[in-house]
Every structure is written in structure tokens, then in C-alpha cells.
Ligand binder design. Structure first.
Ligand SMILES: Cc1ncc(C[n+]2csc(CCOP(=O)(O)OP(=O)(O)O)c2C)c(N)n1
Length: 197
């Protein structure tokens, strides 16, 4: 199963969400499908996409927040599962694309490669209410829809091949992306308020 195909399957659904990705291959594969103002690609700060996602989810309870993470990134911030479980936002879906590799920086093996470390078990042990491991694209799409419908904090561990995009290059600097993302959130809030009023 390839991550790019998984992202493609749920891409239409992502219009409804705020999406935060890690840097590198995940960001590029989402960007290649077509950037939207509700996508934020967290460059540099490895491990912290889920922390940003948590802050957004707690602060914006009317939004669905989706995080694209990687095994290497999660392993750099393992406390994130416990923190997510403690605050338990029901509007957060944390997707970990587990390719057993630090793919974006040369493809070094991570601790999940030979089955030593089970990230789903760690998420469960941390207290995440809904955790599922997926290894087919079809099941990935189903698992995403199920997580949306459950309306509870979910971690989806997607076992994907260690392959990424052919080329890297995004015409969107981190600062510009951050300003536009924040503006987009404000506009969504305003339009919701207008609708409610
Ligand atoms: C603190 C820190 N250390 C190292 C890096 C360099 N780096 C960028 S992406 C990456 C690999 C990320 O691996 P993973 O989360 O598994 O995602 P993948 O690249 O496999 O999609 C590394 C080591 C960084 N940006 N920040």
C-alpha cells in the first residue's frame, strides 16, 4: 500500500477538515493533489504535527482536524499519544503513515521496520479511545470514514511502503502557508457565525 494512494482516496473528504502534515514526502504528496487553504505543512519541526493538531482541535471544537504523521516523527515525540489521550478531543484524527523509514531524509530504517515497535499498541496503551492498523488502501478509506463518523479521538496507523514522490518542491513557504492557513480558519469561523446568525 502506498501513502500517495491513501491520501488520494481521502482527498475529497479533506475539504471539510483542517489538515496538518509533517514535512517531506507526506506534505509533497498532499500538495501534489492540489493545495487547499485548509492544509498546513509543518516544515522542520519534526514530531510536532500532532501537537499542533491537538491545539487546533481543542481551540476549534467545530472543526475536524486531521494530522498526517510518520513513524519517525511520532517516535521523536512519543509523549504525544499520552497528551492526546489526556485531552481527548473528539474532533481529531491522527493518521500515522508507518513506512518503517525516515524516508524524507534518505530512507534510514526506523524502530518499526522489523516489527520491534508497535505504534498502535503504544497509542492504545497511552489511552487513545479508537486505534486501528490498516494495510490496504480500501480499508484505509473505510477507516477514515469510520473515524469521522465515530466522532472520537482516533489514531489510524497505516502500514505503507517506503516510497515517496519522484520530485520535491512546493511553491509555498512555511510563513506564507501559516499566514494563509490562519486567515482561512478565521474566515471559516466568520462564515459559520454568519450562517448561525
Ligand atoms: C528535530 C529534527 N530532526 C531531524 C530532522 C530531519 N528530518 C526531516 S524529515 C525526517 C524523517 C521523517 O520521517 P517520518 O516521520 O517517518 O516520515 P517519512 O519521511 O518517512 O515520510 C527527518 C529525520 C528534522 N527536520 N527535525
Amino acid at each position: 500500500m502506498e501513502r500517495a494512494h491513501c491520501i488520494e482516496v481521502i482527498y475529497p473528504e479533506l475539504e471539510e477538515a483542517l489538515v496538518v502534515t509533517i514535512m517531506g514526502a507526506s506534505a509533497q504528496e498532499l500538495y501534489n493533489l492540489g493545495h487547499r487553504e485548509n492544509f498546513f505543512y509543518l516544515q522542520h519541526a519534526m514530531g510536532l504535527a500532532s501537537s499542533i493538531g491537538l491545539g487546533l482541535a481543542l481551540h476549534l471544537p467545530d472543526e475536524r482536524v486531521v494530522v498526517f504523521d510518520g513513524d519517525g516523527s511520532v517516535l521523536m515525540n512519543l509523549g504525544t499519544f499520552a497528551t492526546l489521550a489526556r485531552y481527548r478531543p473528539d474532533n481529531l484524527i491522527h493518521i500515522v503513515f508507518d513506512n518503517g523509514s525516515l524516508l524524507s531524509t534518505g530512507g534510514f530504517e526506523s524502530h518499526t521496520t522489523s516489527g520491534i515497535t508497535d505504534l498502535a499498541a503504544m497509542a492504545r496503551g497511552a489511552g487513545i479511545p479508537h486505534v486501528i492498523t490498516i494495510d490496504s488502501t480500501l480499508r484505509f478509506g473505510e477507516a477514515y470514514v469510520e473515524a469521522v463518523e465515530r466522532r472520537e479521538l482516533s489514531v489510524i496507523v497505516a502500514k505503507v511502503d517506503a516510497v515517496g514522490p519522484d520530485d520535491y518542491g512546493m511553491d509555498l513557504h512555511l510563513s506564507e502557508n501559516a499566514f494563509r492557513f490562519a486567515r482561512h480558519i478565521r474566515e471559516r469561523k466568520l462564515s459559520r457565525g454568519a450562517t448561525a446568525g
